[in-house]
Design a protein around this ligand. Structure first.
Ligand code: SF4
Length: 230
């Protein structure tokens, strides 16, 4: 596992759990609003932490933490992810996976092996707006759609989440995203925050009143939808 960071305690990343977050390096998307540019793009600012060090930290935190969030970057790109999560689960931790939904086969495989207790998948935009939002021209949403279908099937508890950015999301996009994931267990519209380490530039958040209008739209399709981070 290429591990590039660890947040030793989080009360926010794993719903209802006391957890830590492990950040895998590298991503196959280039979302301009990504606040983990150094994790995605690499370079000197992406130091690696030996896997043994992370596992030894987790061994010491047994009984203190409930779970581990495996985030990134895109963790499913890591060829030895299953083995790493297997070690974590042997210690008795719950595991939450954060994913961009671009690798449905790997997602199904890990879930099928009983390695995932919760999945948080990014829904970046409507199908029409996806390519621009993930920074890939002519992006094919087929794999994202397959991940969505898999999660909607309910094999593992999950949430969808959309980071809402003024330059990318319009009213029609919320309508289309709501329809795409209609009936989902949970859906969060997250306020964009400029961390100062973005991949792109010139991006802005909507104010709360616009987010609330967006929420009303998506609630027609996902009753439990909420705003997060405002
Ligand atoms: S925000 Fe986009 S580029 Fe950044 S880690 Fe997530 S999927 Fe990758």
């Amino acid at each position: 596992m290429q591990i590039c960071g660890i947040q030793k305690l989080t009360l926010l990343d794993y719903p209802g759990k006391v957890a830590c977050t492990v950040f895998a390096g590298g991503c196959n998307f280039r979302c301009p609003f990504c606040h983990n540019a150094e994790l995605v793009l690499g370079g000197k600012a992406r130091p690696e932490i030996p896997e043994e060090e992370v596992l030894s930290f987790l061994e010491k935190r047994r009984g203190v933490l409930d779970g581990v969030c495996v985030s990134g970057g895109e963790p499913l790109l890591q060829p030895d992810l299953a083995a790493f999560i297997g070690e974590i689960k042997k210690m008795g931790y719950l595991v939450k996976l954060d994913t961009n939904g671009s690798m449905p086969e790997r997602l199904c495989e890990l879930a099928g092996q009983g390695l995932l207790d919760y999945v948080a998948m990014d829904l970046k935009n409507s199908p029409e707006g996806y390519g621009a939002t993930v920074g890939i021209r002519d992006f094919d949403v087929g794999d994202v759609d397959r991940s969505i279908r898999f999660l909607l099937g309910g094999a593992v508890p999950y949430e969808f989440r959309t980071t809402v950015v003024r330059e990318f999301h319009r009213k029609a996009d919320f309508e289309a995203m709501g329809q795409w994931i209609a009936g989902a267990q949970r859906y969060y519209l997250q306020q964009f925050v400029d961390s100062g380490h973005l991949i792109g530039s010139g991006l802005h958040a909507y104010d709360r009143s616009i987010l609330e209008q967006a929420l009303e739209i998506v609630k027609k399709y996902v009753e439990t939808a909420q705003i997060r981070g405002v």
